[in-house]
Design a protein. Structure first.
Length: 733
């Protein structure tokens, strides 16, 4: 009996040993596959896999021998083993979300199951925005995403950073302002260019040797004392690679252009100088891109002309002006200044449609009836003479008071614009009326107060006629050859339904229904929601969340539609003084009007991609300058409790938008001492492990400002009680 039992145990032991060997084989193969390109000897494999029992240790060499025989691994003359499996390689862009790991966004999404997570130790000194080549591991990370390892940095996104100098007796570091640059930059004392402790500088990376924890750099520009307005704005400009001045050569070219418009040039154009014409722009504007003309035709219909500055008449191909305009691609509007695409001589002078001056324009002219039905349209080069320059406020007053210059024409145009707008929304356009905040600054740039910009009828009047011109220009070219002719379109894809579903959940937490079951009625559901939230505390938060759930508009030669505007085809024709794509549109449009054949689309598509990238850079820089002023404004604001609304939740903290100032700050989870809060990502909320107290998107809260950081452009908040006391970090519901 005992002997029989021993045989049975022996069989079980063999079976168990077989299972252990198979498991160990699987672990070794997986380890070598994951570390493709790296060689290990048997002792290193034992250590890396934390193999401790002697039986398993002894099995490693025989297993490697079998794997070598089967071709799963290779061995070099020094008895080091490596994987022979062909790994998956992907190129993409680094999104360095925090100091511990980054995500690589694949250039070709179809080659990956999603973004690839890479631990900081496997980044191979890649930085945020870099183009990298990644090896994708067979296992997924704990986030459910593919995990990988950077093999090489294909292209650096930047090698210059803005930061604050910290000097010690033997060396110095620059602490970067950029939130996604998680490494301080070492600077030798001799490479400081005279920078003093705590000054803001621009530092250029010069070296980052394998094994070094930090890169080495050299100061190339000293900006000045941290915290000063001019220094901080220059820091933002340098951070985003924005130019500080206009180069000499294009300026020289601009200054050499004659102001005189020849009789020959006028004769080649349609003459609108005798038609009542005016511009309507912000009170502080100096560059007037667009003008509107108005007249009643003999048949009783109305002729509305949308006249756009003819920039490409002055900015010729293969000139320094053209090269600089392309490089900038857009004017940038920071909180206190404009960084123009064109030199002032053109933007504020020759091209600007100033009153009482003959000006060269490119026009889209509509014949409309009184119900805003478009009966005919004409597109071509023109000459105009603006009779009046209106500020928005002044033109609105003339409509409201039914008096003043052109009040009858403005009133009729306003009525037409309302009818055009109504038709647009009936066709499925989305009505995003975002809240725009402007700072009132003193002479030193200190924020004195906030002004919430109000969009009135006059703003919408100009918007509708510009949209109309952009639409008809795009449709004119598309219909000419069924979309086969190369052109620059402004496209906006249908939103991702998964993102919309998430947004729908957010809206419900604010007490609003957003039905996405019928994809054909998405725009109508969005408009209904936007109407419901007008004037409510959650308006700004939900508008921003809605916009984030949408696809991003872009420039492309592909003749796709524009979801947000509900246009089958759309372009940017109306702002060539401040946008390079509009110049591209003018050139192509004139080329086709002259009977030219369609050019090769590849070079035009490259220009579109560049313009979209520059547009994003400009928007990011503008947001950074506003955020800087928000942080400064809140640092000077009254020390009191503020009402706010929870605008975002992450595992690190709670974002709150202060209702009074529209400034957003964060309460860090690590500072919330009343409980241990866990992040419920699915429901976008924090839940207290002991009290089960929930902090959810849309909660109305009271907060206090506890710290502001100009360098990082952050506002630290804490929860406050109803009675105005401030017990440290307690949630109020």
């Amino acid at each position: 009996m005992g002997r029989k039992s021993n045989k049975k145990n022996s069989r079980n032991n063999k079976k168990g040993h077989s299972n252990d060997a198979a498991n160990l084989t699987r672990r070794i193969v997986q380890f070598l596959d994951t570390n493709y390109g790296v060689e290990f000897n048997s002792k290193q494999i034992i250590k890396k896999l934390d193999i401790r029992d002697s039986l398993s240790k002894g099995a490693v060499e025989p297993i490697l021998a079998k794997l070598l025989e089967s071709g799963h691994v290779s061995k070099n003359p020094r008895n080091y083993y490596s994987s022979t499996k062909d790994p998956s390689f992907i190129e993409g862009t680094v999104d360095f979300v925090n100091p511990r790991f980054a995500f690589i966004i694949p250039d070709d999404p179809e080659k990956s199951e999603g973004d690839i997570m890479v631990k900081e130790a496997d980044m191979k000194q890649a930085l945020d925005g870099d183009k990298v080549r990644v090896m994708v591991n067979p296992l997924k990370s704990k986030f459910g995403k593919p995990e990988g390892r950077v093999l090489e940095v294909v292209e650096r996104a930047r090698d210059e950073f803005v930061g604050r100098v910290e000097i010690s007796p033997r060396f110095a570091f620059v602490v970067p302002d950029f939130k996604k640059m998680h490494k301080d930059i070492f600077v030798h004392r001799g490479d400081l260019e005279g920078a003093k402790h705590n000054e803001k500088v621009v530092v250029k990376l010069t070296e980052w040797r394998e094994g070094d924890k930090n890169p080495t750099g050299k100061v190339i520009r000293v900006l000045g004392e941290a915290g000063l307005h001019e220094v901080e704005i220059h820091s933002i400009m340098a951070e985003f690679g924005l130019p500080f001045e206009y180069p000499e050569e294009p300026n020289k070219e601009a200054n050499a252009i004659s102001e005189k418009i020849t009789a020959k040039e006028i004769k080649s154009r349609k003459d609108f100088r005798g038609v009542p014409t005016f511009t309507i722009d912000p009170a502080d504007a100096k560059d007037f891109d667009d003008a509107i003309s108005y007249q009643v035709l003999p048949n009783g219909n109305l002729e509305i002309g949308v006249h756009i500055a003819d920039v490409t008449h002055y900015v010729q191909p293969k000139t320094a002006l053209e090269k600089e305009a392309f490089n900038r691609a857009t004017s940038v509007y920071l909180v206190d200044r404009t960084i123009p695409m064109l030199p002032e001589r053109l933007s504020n002078g020759l091209c600007s449609l100033r009153p009482n001056e003959d000006k060269l324009t490119f026009s889209c002219v509509f014949e409309m009836d009184r119900e805003a039905n478009i009966l005919k349209h004409w597109i071509g080069r023109t000459v105009i003479h603006s009779d009046r320059r209106f500020a928005y406020e002044e033109a609105q007053e003339n409509i409201d008071n039914q008096s003043g210059d052109f009040f009858a024409e403005l009133t009729l145009l306003n009525d037409l614009a309302k009818k055009v707008r109504k038709k647009r929304f009936n066709n499925g356009a989305v009505n995003f009326e975002t809240v725009e905040v402007k700072f009132k600054l003193d002479d030193k740039g200190t924020p004195l107060g906030l002004i919430v910009k109000e969009r009135k009828d006059i703003h919408k009047l100009i918007e509708e006629f510009m949209l109309l011109a952009n639409k008809f220009v795009a449709e004119f070219i598309y219909k000419k050859n069924k979309g086969k002719d190369t052109f620059v379109y402004r496209t906006h894809d249908f939103p991702d339904m998964e993102r919309l579903d998430t947004f729908s959940g957010f809206a419900k937490r604010f007490g609003h229904e957003f039905d996405i079951e019928n994809e054909q009625k998405i725009s109508g559901a969005l408009n209904k929601l936007m109407d419901e939230i007008q004037g409510k505390p959650e308006q700004n938060v939900l508008e921003q969340l809605a916009i984030r759930s949408m696809a991003k508009a872009k420039y492309t030669t592909e003749p796709k539609g524009h979801f947000g505007l509900a246009f089958a085809h759309y372009t940017h024709f109306t702002s060539p003084i401040r946008r390079y794509p509009d110049m591209m549109v003018h050139r192509l449009l004139d080329h086709y009007l002259q009977g030219g054949k369609s050019p090769d689309p590849d070079s035009w598509e490259q220009k579109c991609v560049h313009s979209s990238d520059r547009e994003k850079r400009a928007a990011d820089a503008e947001r950074a300058s506003i955020k800087y002023k928000q942080v400064e404004f809140m640092s000077l604001a009254e020390d009191k409790d503020y009402e706010g609304i929870v605008s975002g939740i992450t595992e690190w903290g709670v974002f709150v938008e202060i209702s009074e100032t529209k400034c957003e700050g964060m309460i860090r989870v690590q500072d919330m001492e009343d409980d241990y809060y866990e992040f419920d990502q699915k429901n976008m909320r924090l839940v207290g492990s002991k009290t089960k107290k929930m902090i959810t998107l849309g909660d109305k809260v009271k907060v206090r400002v506890v710290n502001t950081d100009i360098d990082r452009r952050t506002i630290d908040l804490e929860f406050a009680d109803n009675d105005g006391k401030k017990p440290r970090n307690r949630a109020f519901r």
